[in-house]
Design a protein around this ligand. Sequence first.
Ligand code: C2O
Ligand code: CU
Length: 478
Amino acid sequence: MRFSRRAKTLAAVAAAVAVFAPIAWLWQASLLPESYSVAHTDGHADAGSDDDIPVDKLTVPDFEAADVRVELTAERQRFTLATGREVDGYTLNGASPGPEIRAEQGQLVEVVLVNSDIAEGITLHWHGVDVPGAMDGAAGVTQDAVAPGETFTYRFFADQAGTFWYHSHQVSHEQVLGGLLGPLVVVPAGGSGADADALALVHVYDGRRTVNGRDGQDAAAASPGDTVRVRVVNTDFGVMPVWVDGAPFRVAAVDGTDLEGPDEIAGTAVEVAAGGRVDLVFTMPASGGVRVNLSASAALVVGDGPAEPSEQPEDVLDLLHYGSKADIGFDPDAADRVFEYGIDRRPGFLDGKPGFWWTVNGELVPDVPVFTVAYGEVVVMRVANDSGEAHPMHLHGHHAVVLSRNGIEATGSPWWVDSLEVRDGETYEIAFVADNPGLWMDHCHNLPHAAEGLVAHVAYEGVAAPFLIGGPAGNHPE
Ligand code: C2O
Ligand code: CU
């Protein structure tokens, strides 16, 4: 009797061990080290070779004087939107969105970021601007998070004219959601050529969509016959359909790069990926106004535009075949590197937490790939999404050109992206030139997905990684 009870107990323990030991092992194996370097997948910061340049040395020389200088002070607070609603979040110089930074192409921009009181630290990332390696604002990758009472100075040349934005890249799924962001517009020297140049930065605060920080809609002025350029910035976590009532329009630019020969369209929606931008250009009609619908729940109303949105058009613009073909400046068929960025999902443990996590090439963070490149190489990347959901993929520090989708070749204008919507079941082939040394995040801009593991890195040979995820600064870029 005693024996048999004991035997039963042992059998039960053995069974429990058989079931739980592998789980315990998986759990244990998933625990992230206290700190680790993104440049190395074994969890150890590696000094690399002595000749390596630390990423924080990749700067604009100090002797260059800034043309545009802005100081931004970040605070965690309850604040009031222009339309009166109170929101809990983050401000820059007392407001969210932060001030529009406007520069002329070629100017040196200098931004001094001050963290007033944000306990977990902050950074600023210049989304879509191919800044020098040290200026990318990715906490734990290119710098330490800026602690309360501290400052960090960003300096970069605004080499590319276009529409961009900036946002924190520390605990970004919370800080971006809470409004630690703002617009950055770079106009060609001598202006954008438009008579009216309007911004439409869209952000959801506490579940409600805003345009330039106003609930529902914002207004812009233009006169009949004016050429109007509307710069749409999608700071949200999901794709946003945009359509125009009152005038035919052209998509003049995507992600800060002008398109070649964009045709006039009407009755067609343009989809803007999370983090992405489009510049729309139209001529103000002789009478009435124009309404740029930013999904059905928001709009920029230009002049005397309609007060209500039209039905969202069923036709969606396919940028794969829009505009006219032109030289991209390099030959992707002669690629030096071809990478797979396979996105999927599986149950497992991420830092000890059980869940249904995103994987890159089958691996969970921190075992995700490092795509190593050498300066000057031509890189082709195949982004394949079999994960059951869409992912707006964002590569830092570079613009990539779309070569094909599901094997169908791009035939339109060169379509340069920094934020590309990749739907479930889709495979995009993109290419870029590795011309900007550094350590660059390449992640999903549905930022909660990034926090759930959808992140990888492009690392240059010869660039050392002195910063750590975690560590004393508590760096958590996602
Ligand atoms: Cu807009 Cu890695 O971010
Ligand atoms: Cu995603």
